[in-house]
Design a protein around this ligand. Sequence first.
Ligand SMILES: O=C(O)[C@@H](CO)OP(=O)(O)O
Length: 235
Amino acid sequence: MGKLILVRHGKSLWNVENIFTGWTDIDLAPEGIEEAEAAGKLIKDHNLSIVICFSSYLKRAIKTAWIILEASDMMHVNCIKSWKLNERNYGAWQGKSKDAIRTKVGEEIYWDIRRGFSTPPPPLDINDQRHPKFDSKYDALEPSLLPLSESLEDTQKRVVQYFFEAIACELVKGKTVLVSAHGNSIRALIAQIENINKNNISNVEVQTAVPAVYEFDNNLNLTNHYQLQEAELTI
Ligand SMILES: O=C(O)[C@@H](CO)OP(=O)(O)O
């Protein structure tokens, strides 16, 4: 039985400051490091033996994967990185205060863009220094693939494509796979795996560093899913 462990990175410095992040490569906050350590210990306590790991190109997800593998005594595990697991590109909202944007655009537009399915945030200007073409980690990518902003639907296309091209084959072999990614790239994947429609996905919130386990049979049918919680202490 294949097991997929989905983890959103621990809190980043901009999560703490409530700033839209997207493809901006912001580091973990000290609290996020602690959260990732706790997630790794939980994975170990539940005897989940990770065989392969995937993360995005962004350091908050990469470091979360490293910390989890260290805390669970599984540092030998290979970690494969793909830009397709990146956070949704938040376009011109990246680097802006969430509260300030909410006041500026109003509740309806704010929530439609932030938690709706199809509406992207305003795009980055082609010469904006936040455009991914100015970030050398994307140098090997075909320029037309670099987004100026993404809706959840756009994000879902690349994440689900990556799931089927790289991750699903490990699950059908019965392996336990760790995916360390982001609030919206994980929401997009959950919508696909749990068959959640575009209206209901707006209600799904992914907490930082809470491992969610999805179990599949050899035909990739979902058979069970649950979140790992700390065992209750009994006196
Ligand atoms: O800023 C972001 O990139 C994401 C995750 O922090 O924001 P949201 O809370 O809208 O998912």
